[in-house]
Design a protein around this ligand. Sequence first.
Ligand SMILES: NC(=O)C1=CN([C@@H]2O[C@H](COP(=O)(O)OP(=O)(O)OC[C@H]3O[C@@H](n4cnc5c(N)ncnc54)[C@H](OP(=O)(O)O)[C@@H]3O)[C@@H](O)[C@H]2O)C=CC1
Ligand SMILES: O=C1CO[C@H](CO)[C@@H](O)[C@@H]1O
Length: 334
Amino acid sequence: MKRILVAGGGLIGIRHVRAVIEHPGCMLVGLADPDGSIQIDAPRFASMDEVQDPVDGVIIATPTRLHAEHGILAASRGWNMLIEKPVAASVDDALRLKTAVRQTNVRSLVGHHRRYHTTLQHLKEVIAQGTIGRVINVSLLWAMRKPDSYFEQNWRTSDGSPVMINLVHDIDVLRFVIGEITDVVALPGASIRGSDRIESGAVAIAFENGATGTISFADTAPSPWGFEAGTGENPNIGTTHQDMIWITGTSGAVSFPSMTLWRGKDWGTAAQKDQLTRPEQQRAPLEAQLDHFLDVIDGAPPLIDVEDAARTLEVTSRIEHGLKARTTRARAPA
Ligand SMILES: NC(=O)C1=CN([C@@H]2O[C@H](COP(=O)(O)OP(=O)(O)OC[C@H]3O[C@@H](n4cnc5c(N)ncnc54)[C@H](OP(=O)(O)O)[C@@H]3O)[C@@H](O)[C@H]2O)C=CC1
Ligand SMILES: O=C1CO[C@H](CO)[C@@H](O)[C@@H]1O
């Protein structure tokens, strides 16, 4: 029975707490969070420093700017870690964390839980098998309207850009399914909430394998298109089952999550539609991620460790900085 500590009991941390309590292969050592009012059926600690009980693994679900500090602390205690995405607030922080993980020989897994979606894993296989030929383009749309309260009086007021919070997932999905991203160009959209944060934009990307793609994103537009809406993965976000990724190749095209396949030859014949099967999702991604974390603690190779997640972060940070640079220039007095 693995002993798991959770650090940070907010929006996602409390879901991890529940998952750990319900999992037959682990027990909850407790929750470390300075907010003493969070009540759970397990010991409470104001911080990770207070924990004296033995810990096999810690799930770090604290605000992003604290990930590196908390990950380094966990490593110094010899605790294996599942650290929420983005792995750190900056690439430098991620690299410091990578070094600490290496030096202490602890194991790391990063919370890019979308990688546990069986349909996404199937999409990756379909692409790798060459079902649509060589990948040419990908188009991804993620747009939702977050409630204003999400940004009120918490770390997201300043650090709440949907690029670092949400697009980091989409970038990881594209790396997972299509391959490494080598180049990005990003354009910011208008501010709707009047905040200094990035709220929406458009990104063009190039992959190492020669494919290119576009991403449109917004946290200000209520829409049926986005990973959570399309897959129904987040209990807090309404499900629409609409597609949100479209991929073209030299002999066909496929859209996700419906897994609609189109086979074509040239413009003389209409592409033929086919329905690929969608494997059943037996365990919710967050639960499947916890199953995997317990295996990682036992020595299984992690699906995405700090080093790999640092590459997702590097691309995401480039997008964030590109958007910010253009926003600053656009708002500067002439
Ligand atoms: N994989 C996923 O689906 C999701 C991942 N995330 C990621 O998880 C992280 C947390 O996000 P979210 O849950 O939305 O944030 P929340 O603000 O809802 O939760 C963070 C919690 O951490 C607490 N905290 C602050 N400082 C410390 C500390 N030193 N030690 C322990 N706890 C601390 C906060 O307390 P206080 O409020 O008092 O400061 C708060 O309760 C982010 O990195 C985010 O990107 C978030 C949502 C979903
Ligand atoms: O990581 C995440 C951050 O928050 C989102 C909601 O805004 C989640 O859906 C997502 O998985």
